[in-house]
Design a protein around this ligand. Structure first.
Ligand SMILES: [Zn+2]
Length: 84
């Protein structure tokens, strides 16, 4: 038997065929699991992770930029409000 065609059932952990529609051991429907194993979804997950990473990094840079740009004038403005 070809091991590559087997996946572990997420419910009972038994080795079952990737092509099975339901787990023969516990009856869990497999189509719900199968998309995780398709190359398209692997690719999409990778893209989503990179996009999330880039967005997260972008937000960090943007916030640092805003902080550097806005904090000194804000501090100056606050100091102006203080009585001499
Ligand atoms: Zn099962």
């Amino acid at each position: 038997m070809n091991k590559g065609r087997l996946i572990s059932c997420h419910d009972c952990g038994q080795k079952i065929s990737k092509l099975a529609l339901v787990c023969p051991y516990c009856g869990l429907p497999i189509p719900a699991l199968r998309p995780l194993f398709s190359p398209y979804n692997k690719w999409r997950l990778r893209v989503e992770n990179s996009v999330a990473g880039i967005l997260g990094f972008g937000m960090l840079v943007f916030m640092a930029y805003m902080l550097v740009k806005w904090v000194p004038p804000l501090v100056e403005w606050l100091l102006d409000l203080l009585p001499e």
